[in-house]
Design a binder for this molecule. Structure first.
Ligand code: AVJ
Length: 323
């Protein structure tokens, strides 16, 4: 199927990013079961909704990770050599990275993110608040190989991957990501990574089914994005948010469930939904300390230190590259 052809008949042409989005969405909604990649949640509105999620009473990961980074910042700083380059995979709000930058003597900070606009705003603020720090933003998809700036070539490297973003990857993809990061950062590198822990089902369920309905709006926003960017006609009131814990696979699954039999159209393609049919929009894998350590070991890293909060809700690990 040539997904670009119908786009040409639309009133405006799609830019490269939008046609990649279009191709991916059309492919994944044509399959059974239907799915969408969670990376599409984060347009301007989705990023704003995610920021709201991070302060919800039920959503424990962000505040717990921040508390660990704050409390263990000194211990983390002790592991990090002076004059290192901190490479952050994906660059969201700067709150977490600031905790590391304040405690350790980094010579450079390299935020890597696909969204150039976001990088720019983030970079300006950090340059103002850390005038001694060289900031070298890299606009790239951090799940694929990219080159570090020449300027940090001779510095020790420390990767940073907070927020349990690793949980969005299938275990095989998580392994591939860690291997790739090991390769990009090079021999002798370290990595600070935040990983959400497996826990009682109720707590996990509530974190993805908040009473205020923000997670539901976050999930549904991906359909709104298709409407906005691809000229879709999704009726948001005809879909409902569902998040369940899949115990066998150690993951929260988010779905959008069609409330009725319906057709949706965009870019000249029509999609049929049966009543109760799901679009699987996200997996959020949860790890035990041991299962994460095994994953790290299998991907060229050794866990050198693991920290958790007192209730063992979330974990932060310091890894060292092997070999
Ligand atoms: C940003 C992927 C870590 O899985 O908890 C929050 C995204 N989805 N609520 C997570 C998310 C629904 C979040 N991650």
């Amino acid at each position: 199927m040539n997904v670009h052809a119908p786009a040409l008949a639309e009133p405006h042409r799609l830019d490269d990013a939008t046609s990649a989005f279009a191709g991916d969405v059309i492919g994944n909604l044509s399959k059974f079961p239907k799915k969408l990649s969670p990376k599409y949640f984060y347009d301007a509105k989705g990023s704003e909704l995610f920021e709201q999620i991070t302060v919800l009473p039920e959503y424990y990961p962000t505040r717990t990770e921040l508390a660990i980074l704050r409390e263990r910042g000194g211990e983390i700083a002790e592991l990090i050599p002076q004059g290192a380059a901190l490479v952050e995979f994906g660059a969201g709000a700067t709150t977490k990275v600031r905790l590391l930058l304040e405690r350790s003597r980094f010579a450079a900070y390299v935020p890597v993110d696909i969204s150039g606009d976001f990088l720019k705003t983030q970079t300006d603020g950090l340059r103002r608040d850390f005038p001694q720090l060289a900031v070298y933003p890299v606009a790239a998809d951090f799940t694929t190989p990219f080159a570090l700036p020449e300027a940090v070539a001779d510095m020790p490297k420390v990767g940073f991957f907070p927020g349990s973003t690793l949980g969005n990857f299938e275990p095989q993809e998580a392994k591939a990501f860690l291997r790739g990061a090991r390769k990009i950062l090079g021999a002798g590198a370290q990595m600070i990574i935040g990983v959400d822990l497996e826990k009682d089902e109720r707590t996990l369920y509530d974190a993805y089914n908040d009473a205020a309905g923000v997670t539901a709006r976050f999930n549904l926003n991906v359909l709104e994005r298709i409407n906005r960017e691809l000229g879709g006609n999704f009726d948001l009131s005809a879909f409902t948010h569902r998040a369940i814990y899949n115990r066998e696979r150690h993951r929260i699954e988010m779905h959008l469930i069609s409330k009725k039999s319906q057709h949706v159209r965009f870019l000249g393609t029509s999609f049929v939904f049966r009543p109760g049919e799901s679009i699987h929009t996200e997996n959020s894998y949860k790890y035990s300390i041991e299962r994460f350590a095994a994953l790290a070991r299998g991907s060229g890293w050794k866990v050198c230190e693991s920290w958790t909060d007192a209730a063992r809700m979330f974990s932060v690990h310091a890894l060292v590259a092997e070999g």
